[in-house]
Design a protein around this ligand. Structure first.
Ligand code: PMP
Length: 326
């Protein structure tokens, strides 16, 4: 393949088997992290920027602005750099430093908001900041991934279509929920073209997206402190909340046993698959989505001290913890 632009390099047909999670069935993990932006959000970024272009606003005079926990910011920074557009990414202290540095390396302005909102997260504070910028700067335009239907539409036409195209028949689809753009798009496509597929939404415990009580969250990418506008539960068959500790444990086991260094949201989704295994009939075809890989999480999920401070039981004998702190 020879691409004109970096954001055209988006393979949508890469899967790896993780059958051990559901004995007697086939489990296909769709790998979304093998594009130049390293995550599923490159498809969202391309769609959001195209949508802004379609509003008729002047480019490059327009400054695009977006609230992002990391991956969308990296992807937008890549697309905007290639197109010569100005971009501001509004993020918070949960974003990993590697993502922030990537955004900056790609020429974006990065603003870190460290004031918590009423739910204990940062999302509402980030949005308040964006609204203030929009009032001050007439050429600023908010892409608004939490409300913009361009995101789910991209995943309906690309990610959802690719799932059915590659696997043909699938009994279950386990998909993580952040803005719910990936989930909504895939669910819509599956409803229309594979109606028997059971769509399982996976979120992290402490997220309010599906109405749960807010609590401190440690896994970036999944979960919200404010319900996303694009969420529509009618496309979902089941909603599962996974504690952060289970996600981290899954990530670390797959890294050591399969050489699969996956991101925290992938660990969350795969923990949900494993927890559901007892209810999945033998011979089923299960699809799960992996939004990104683990390299951006070396200082968190794959760092023994970070893990020990949050879930000491995951590290086993105290001696290992002492070694980690030494
Ligand atoms: N996992 C990771 C690592 C992400 O960055 C995101 C995007 N925030 C998601 C999952 C969730 O994707 P979406 O926003 O489409 O729900």
């Amino acid at each position: 393949m020879i691409a004109e632009e970096v954001y055209d390099l988006i393979p949508d047909d890469l899967f790896i088997r993780v059958d051990q999670l559901v004995p007697g069935s086939s489990v296909f993990l769709k790998l979304e992290g093998l594009n130049p932006a390293g995550s599923v959000k490159l498809k969202t970024a391309v769609a959001l920027v195209a949508d802004a272009e379609n509003t008729g606003r002047p480019f490059p005079a327009t400054r695009l602005i977006e609230s992002t926990s990391g991956n969308l910011g990296v992807a937008l920074a890549m697309v905007c750099a290639a197109k010569g557009y100005a971009l501001t990414c509004v993020t918070d202290p949960n974003a990993n430093s590697r993502s922030v540095r990537l955004m900056e390396a790609l020429g974006a302005e990065v603003v870190v908001i460290d004031v918590r909102d009423g739910n204990g997260g940062y999302l509402q504070s980030r949005i308040n900041y964006i609204r203030a910028r929009l009032r001050r700067e007439p050429h600023a335009y908010w892409l608004n991934q939490y409300a913009n239907p361009a995101g789910p539409r991209a995943h309906r036409e690309r990610t959802g279509r690719a799932l059915v195209g590659a696997l043909g028949h699938l009994d279950y689809a386990f998909i993580g929920a952040g803005t719910t753009g990936t989930l909504m798009g895939c669910a819509e496509f599956l409803r229309a073209h594979s109606p028997a597929t059971r769509v399982v939404a996976v979120d992290t415990l402490g997220s309010v997206t599906f109405g749960g009580p807010p609590a401190r969250r440690h896994i970036p990418g999944l979960g919200t402190s404010r319900r996303p506008e694009i969420l529509d539960e009618k496309h979902l068959d089941e909603i599962v909340l996974v504690p952060g500790a289970e996600a981290v444990e899954m990530c670390r086991v797959l890294a050591e046993e399969r050489g699969l260094l996956l991101g925290g949201s992938t660990g969350t989704v795969l923990a949900a698959v494993q927890n559901a295994a007892k209810d999945i009939p033998e011979g089923s075809v299960v699809a799960a989505l992996s939004p990104d890989f683990g390299e951006r999480y070396l200082d968190t999920i794959y760092d023994d001290v970070w893990v020990a401070e949050r879930w000491p039981h995951l590290l086993g004998p105290e001696t290992e913890l002492d070694q980690a702190r030494a």
